[in-house]
Design a protein around this ligand. Structure first.
Ligand SMILES: [Zn+2]
Length: 259
């Protein structure tokens, strides 16, 4: 958050990427950086980077966890017209998933997993307009789907987006439940077993085009853990105070997978 909005094409975006990479170099067994240029519909060239941090890279049984690290250039969902042209701060939509994955990286460094784990930080998720043009959204994940490690076949993938609400409530996301219901069931059941049944609630609520859909199209059983019912979404200037409760829950849930 201290870097400011992480909008592709800005110095804050570059600095944030360097900062994430530095943390991953200190924790992961290996790191792959996918650095590429994306030309937007309007002709702007963006330098984007995906980071794939791998734990036990030789293990054939693998799990993929991902989040996007860029933030949206315009707060177009804001009820305040004057704010709609400004970038979003991205505490919940951007930083929360990154914080979660970096926390998981720290845990995996101290307690190596029994299966291989890959943490993927994707860029350019939120640049364009989801409603009108698919060219400039989900850019990093679509790039990853086309440039996977050779023979890559993770057992499943879990995307985290908007996971820092103070009163966190996760319902099943529609495209996740349609494509990979067994993964949804596994994650929600593990959460309930750990006592987080009031955070991970049953039933489908939102249906979203998010990074998991780009992975699904590549055959990966990917789901989205997202709390879309977030009143401050894309509002400015102050996001609400985020809670550490939810990332603590996640650390425990994904540590439990290692058992
Ligand atoms: Zn997001």
């Amino acid at each position: 958050m201290q870097f400011g909005p992480r909008v592709p094409g800005t110095p804050a975006h570059e600095r944030t990427g360097d900062w994430i990479l530095e943390h991953l170099r200190a924790t992961a067994d290996t790191i792959a950086v996918q650095s590429f240029t994306h030309v937007t519909r309007q002709g702007t060239s963006l330098h984007l980077r995906n980071f794939l941090a791998r734990f036990r890279p030789a293990a054939t049984e693998r799990v993929l966890l991902l989040a996007h690290w860029d933030t949206r250039p315009h707060a177009d969902q804001s009820a305040n017209l004057g704010q709609q042209r400004l970038p979003v701060p991205g505490a919940n939509d951007g930083a929360s998933g990154v914080a979660l994955l970096l926390g998981v990286a720290d845990v995996l460094k101290t307690k190596p997993p029994t299966v291989g784990v890959d943490l993927l930080f994707v860029d350019g998720e939120d640049y364009g307009n989801f409603a009108t043009d698919s060219n400039d959204v989900l850019i990093g994940t679509r790039y990853f789907a086309r440039h996977q490690p050779p023979g890559y076949q993770p057992l499943f993938a879990v995307l985290f987006d908007m996971v820092a609400d103070k009163d966190q409530q996760f319902y099943y996301e529609g495209n996740s439940q349609a494509f990979a219901p067994e993964v949804v069931d596994r994650v929600w059941r593990t959460a309930a077993d750990l006592g987080y049944g009031r955070v991970f609630l049953p039933g489908v609520k939102p249906t979203l085009i998010d990074d998991h859909v780009a992975l699904q199209q590549a055959g990966i059983h990917a789901i989205d853990v997202v709390d879309f019912d977030y009143p401050y979404r894309s509002d400015l200037p102050q996001p609400p105070p985020s809670s550490t409760t939810s990332s603590t829950s996640f650390d425990r849930i994904f540590s439990a997978h290692r058992a």
